[in-house]
Design a binder for this molecule. Structure first.
Ligand SMILES: [Zn+2]
Length: 302
């Protein structure tokens, strides 16, 4: 419950959810979903978008804000590609804006050579029509956010059951102050660096301990570090967010990350007692009327 409360708070302040639910197995996920559904209003946006199994037909359009919007014309990342595998397939959250899906495929292809990273284990992207989810995220609503596991892709195809059950790799020690030397590798840094250098990527959310390690390990070229943003959670996966693609007039952009590498005082705050205990906030779930008007039509379309 605390996790759900926190996610709702995070949704309202307009960022991402730092929940550990990203790793939940299929059975845990099903339990959470039914628990949430039991208490939601009939016009709760989570209920309506969570029930959709197919994309909304039409030209691709990211509509609204990352934490308050929906997605038209989504495409699905295939479960398997040359250098990627989709995790937690039973959730049906491998849908995204075509620009994001194409970038994931492009990254997967180049990462072995560029970062020594064998391939992507892709976590939640978005629901078929985007919108708020029943579990786990404040954002991921307009098809421009994707979670990528810190577990390197194994050199075999995982079975559907393994993808729904296998735990992800935690790269942060229990007190949250540092990366875990037992799991954190130079390839993790190279992976994040390669992703951050993609022009379409606007932000990458990671645990503050990971940002701390990157600040320490980065060489003189630090321009990419500014896109790496500390956030709660994100110790099993990182969250990649794209800017609004050009021509997407319904997409509500965020302010760009502040200038600089983000390694100084700004990062220190994340290790203060204040940051360790985020204040609880309002928790009312989003109703369909809270989203851009076109989202109500989109969720009702056949
Ligand atoms: Zn995420």
């Amino acid at each position: 419950m605390r996790v759900l409360f926190f996610c709702a708070y995070v949704a309202l302040i307009g960022a991402v959810c730092g929940s550990s639910q990203a790793q939940d197995t299929a059975a845990e996920e099903a339990t959470h979903r039914s628990g949430v559904l039991a208490h939601l209003a009939p016009d709760a946006a989570q209920r309506l978008f969570g029930a959709e199994a197919t994309p909304a037909p039409g030209p691709p359009e990211a509509i609204g804000a990352y934490e308050r919007g929906c997605l038209e014309g989504a495409v699905e990342l295939p479960a398997d590609g040359p250098n990627w595998q989709v995790m937690r397939p039973s959730r049906n959250r491998a849908w995204g804006h075509p620009v994001l899906i194409a970038l994931l495929e492009h990254l997967a292809r180049k990462l072995p050579a560029e970062a020594g990273w064998p391939g992507l284990l892709v976590g939640d992207i978005a629901q078929p029509r985007g919108g708020p989810m029943l579990t786990g995220h404040g954002s991921h609503q307009i098809g421009l956010d994707a979670d990528i596991w810190f577990t390197p892709m194994p050199n075999r195809r995982l079975t559907p059951a393994e993808r729904d059950e296998m735990p992800a790799t935690n790269v942060v020690v229990a007190d949250g102050n540092e990366v875990d030397e037992a799991t954190w590798t130079p390839q993790h840094r190279r992976l994040l660096q390669a992703v951050a250098r993609e022009p379409a990527v606007e932000r990458i959310f990671v645990n503050p301990a990971i940002k701390r390690a990157l600040c320490r390990e980065a060489g003189p070229d630090r321009a990419w570090l500014g896109k790496i943003r500390p956030w709660w959670g994100h110790n099993y996966h990182f969250h990649m967010r794209l800017s609004c693609p050009s021509g997407q007039v319904e997409c509500r952009p965020q302010a760009p990350p502040p200038p600089g590498d983000g390694c100084g005082k700004e990062l220190d705050w994340w290790f203060t007692p204040e940051a360790r205990h985020p204040p609880p906030g309002p928790t009312r779930p989003l109703l369909i009327g809270d989203l851009p008007r076109v989202c109500a039509r989109l969720v009702a379309a056949p």
